[in-house]
Design a protein around this ligand. Structure first.
Ligand code: HEM
Length: 224
């Protein structure tokens, strides 16, 4: 059992993650009522449309609040997910074998997010932008744009859903179920991982935060 732990996600980051998750689930359910013809009767009352719009406002407000409260952290996240290098290519090559039980030593050491997590973050980030821009056009500009353009905007909204919902399932599996990600869900609930887990899963990050300290230092600084 691990006695020494390091912080991986601050309380603010966890609150933000679960707020976005609940909002995304509400948006997906109420969106499906509007999208799938067989559920059409459920969207006839206007409640699901109103709830969809309220949730959309939260999806915009939550990142804005996070940005206002922790601008440095938010910018660091955006910069991180857009920075790709040789290690990421190496990770992508090694990952299939690793996730199907292969030798962990073949995996290149990872930063605070591994390449898969970075890819997911990028997809989530771009999908939210796609949802918000296309959703805002549908909400506010329906009457003022040509019908054909409106149709294209709905298709973009739908494509964002198809991509992000499929990736959310992969994210859920890797974050909460995969047998190698033993402390992943715990870290998003309680904020911390054991030093052992940090060394194995985020070797480069652990080396950075423990620089100049003893390897098993309980007080390794927070990075989130
Ligand atoms: C469906 C339920 C979800 C579960 C159970 C879940 C679980 C998790 C867990 C355990 C982590 C930490 C992974 C790690 O670093 O070890 C995480 C991180 C993250 N989650 Fe989720 N999540 C869910 C939904 C979402 C949704 C809907 C979004 C965005 C729209 C999202 C975006 C992220 C991002 C950007 C990260 C940081 C990158 C990463 O570590 O993968 N998550 N999530």
């Amino acid at each position: 059992m691990a006695h020494h732990e390091v912080e991986r996600f601050s309380a603010g980051a966890r609150l933000f993650h679960w707020t976005v998750t609940i909002t995304a689930i509400v948006l997906a359910i109420t969106g499906l009522f509007l999208w799938v013809p067989a559920f059409g009767s459920l969207a006839e009352d206007s409640y699901s449309r109103i709830i969809h719009r309220v949730a959309a406002v939260i999806l915009v407000a939550a990142p804005l609040l996070f940005f206002i409260s922790r601008p440095g952290r938010a910018l660091h996240f955006v910069k991180y997910i857009f920075t790709w290098g040789k290690d990421d290519i190496e990770w992508l090559k090694a990952a299939p074998d690793y996730y199907f039980g292969g030798d962990e030593k073949k995996m290149p050491p990872q930063g605070e997010m591994n390449t898969g997590q970075k890819l997911w973050s990028l997809v989530a980030f771009l999908s939210v932008i796609g949802f918000v821009v296309s959703g805002a056009i549908m909400w506010f500009a329906k009457a003022s744009i040509p019908a054909e353009l409106f149709l294209w905007v709905t298709i973009i909204h739908d494509l964002c859903f198809i991509v992000s919902a499929s990736m959310t399932l992969v994210h859920l599996y890797l974050g909460a179920i995969h047998p190698r990600m033993t402390e992943s869900l715990k870290s998003m609930l309680k904020g911390k991982v054991s030093v052992e887990y940090a060394k194995h899963h985020h070797g480069k990050w652990y080396a950075e935060i423990s620089k100049g300290k003893e390897t098993d230092n309980k007080q390794a600084p927070s990075t989130h």
